[in-house]
Design a protein around this ligand. Structure first.
Ligand code: HEC
Length: 122
């Protein structure tokens, strides 16, 4: 992909045109900000899985999951979507409360493929 070499505005137009009309910016932002990181750095979700996220990172990712949860998924059942988002939210809250079950619940809830196959448009 040569897209990364284009000025951001043009890349946005190209990507926007190629993606589904139903795409949710809130969900995309959550993915870009917390599930994906620039090469060589760990995304926040990985730090959370390693129980290495700072209180600020936990607060940020929680806010983002709550916003995501309020969105309609671009694909699939809303109820199933809310359930998956709630699992992420509950796990992050447990980690914030230093509940030892939080990290393992988070690792289960943050399963990229399980959620993408149900809710991410092709
Ligand atoms: C709870 C559900 C859920 C989980 C868990 C999830 N994703 Fe996503 N992800 C989505 C949805 C829905 C989209 C599609 C957003 C759209 O197109 O509107 C998406 C899109 C993306 C995108 C594309 C964003 C863009 O710019 O269009 C990336 C990258 C991504 N996810 C990375 C990840 C990674 C990495 C993980 C695992 C660590 C992950 N996601 C876990 C729901 C999830």
């Amino acid at each position: 992909m040569k897209l990364r070499h284009l000025p951001p505005v043009i890349a946005l137009i190209v990507l926007g045109g190629a993606s589904s009309l139903a795409a949710s910016e809130v969900i995309e932002d959550a993915m870009k900000n917390y599930h994906k990181a620039p090469k060589g750095t760990d995304p926040t979700c990985k730090k959370v899985s390693n129980n290495a996220a700072t209180p600020e990172e936990l607060a940020d990712i929680l806010k983002s999951y709550q916003a995501m949860c309020a969105e309609a998924p671009p694909k699939g059942e809303k109820a199933a979507w809310v359930e998956k988002c709630q699992a992420l939210i509950a796990a992050v809250k447990k980690i914030q409360a230093k509940d030892a079950a939080g990290v393992s619940e988070y690792k289960k809830a943050v399963n990229c493929k399980a959620c993408h196959s149900a809710h991410k448009p092709d």
